[in-house]
Design a protein around this ligand. Sequence first.
Ligand SMILES: NC(=O)C1=CN([C@@H]2O[C@H](COP(=O)(O)OP(=O)(O)OC[C@H]3O[C@@H](n4cnc5c(N)ncnc54)[C@H](OP(=O)(O)O)[C@@H]3O)[C@@H](O)[C@H]2O)C=CC1
Ligand SMILES: CC(=O)[C@@H](O)[C@H](O)COP(=O)(O)O
Ligand SMILES: [Mn+2]
Length: 385
Amino acid sequence: MKKHLSILGSTGSIGRNVLNIVAMFPDRFAVAALTAKDNIALLAEQVRRFHPEMAVVYDADRAEALRKLLSDQPDVRIAFGDEGYRSAAGLEAAHMVVGAMMGAAGLKPTLAAIDAGKPIALANKETLVMAGELVMGRAAEKGVDILPVDSEHSAIFQCLSGQRRSDLQKILLTASGGPFLDRAADEFPHIRPEDALKHPNWEMGRKITIDSATLMNKGLEVIEARWLFDVSRADIEVVVHPQSIVHSMVSYRDGSVIAQLGVPDMKGAIAYALSWPERLPLGQPVPDFPGLGALTFRAPDLNRFPCLGLAFEACDAGGTLPAVLNAANEIAVGAFLNRKIVFPGIPDTVRAVMGQHTVIQHPTLSDILEADQWARAQAEDYVNR
Ligand SMILES: NC(=O)C1=CN([C@@H]2O[C@H](COP(=O)(O)OP(=O)(O)OC[C@H]3O[C@@H](n4cnc5c(N)ncnc54)[C@H](OP(=O)(O)O)[C@@H]3O)[C@@H](O)[C@H]2O)C=CC1
Ligand SMILES: CC(=O)[C@@H](O)[C@H](O)COP(=O)(O)O
Ligand SMILES: [Mn+2]
């Protein structure tokens, strides 16, 4: 039987890669629902090619425009907004939901997928950063599998497989270090968005690419790993590995280290989440080890990359603070991309907003959504001050 996917964020970098895999394996996968925010032209193209039952966009105007583009496809249900995304996530026909939206928008549809009992291939790390305790708790209650798509978390998942949890020593989370790994601190105020959008190894959406450049991506991934694998922050060490060939490692109490390696291409991690525990014949090359010559490792520099330290702080404090970190970061990244603030303004904004927050422990969904909204407003004030 074909596995039908509801792909939330199908027009993005991850979403397009998921559809490439669906196209490569038409006997295994089909599409139940596709969602986007603004990009109705690409969404319409995807609908024509993959024939989902449902397509969802951000608001009524975009839904109307999509309906016009797809006037010759009367069988496709078109919906919009929170309700539409929730319906796509819980669609009867879907065997699995792919969480590939950008940012905090991914949280509510992920919860809807869990409530509907759908296994989730999760790329949207912000969901676990904001609400890891709630999401993992609800998934456990419902017996829903959350399969990591994020490359490091897919690697860790693979390195943990078949091992005893009581033997685990540390998760070694690798970071490329981004485009400014060797840039002097006094040059940071002059970094332009177009420089920060040039990731050395990965082709990704704009927001995550800026997060990689500030190392906030690694901070978000520490919080993601904390919840996904039920470990404490002290059990996770960030190791800078500029080649992005070792996708992450796990060390055990006998001193053994198990690593997962591969070329930096998200197809591997995505396909593994879609087909786990089977591996698909992707035709991916094995890294050219003689050509690479050396794989190198070093410690992260928290002075030049304060976002990583802020994420450690949020992870340690827990409660609503990670949601505040995430929301302030989303606003700050947007402001940097719009040239309203300089590159070091990103950690400055996040620090200022975190400093004003009163943390609520074991937050409910409404506590988290309120903290998110509060932090966005504070961050807007800060970047516009
Ligand atoms: N790209 C990668 O290689 C990796 C990404 N991730 C994570 O996966 C997620 C997606 O990343 P990526 O594919 O790069 O992002 P993109 O920006 O390329 O795509 C984001 C997708 O989400 C949609 N979207 C954006 N905002 C909203 C919103 N407010 N409501 C509904 N839909 C929305 C976009 O629609 P539209 O196109 O219409 O704007 C698009 O389909 C992120 O959480 C990222 O951290 C994790 C590991 C690797
Ligand atoms: C592909 C992927 O998973 C990204 O999250 C990637 O890890 C970004 O690279 P760095 O954050 O290590 O630069
Ligand atoms: Mn990653």
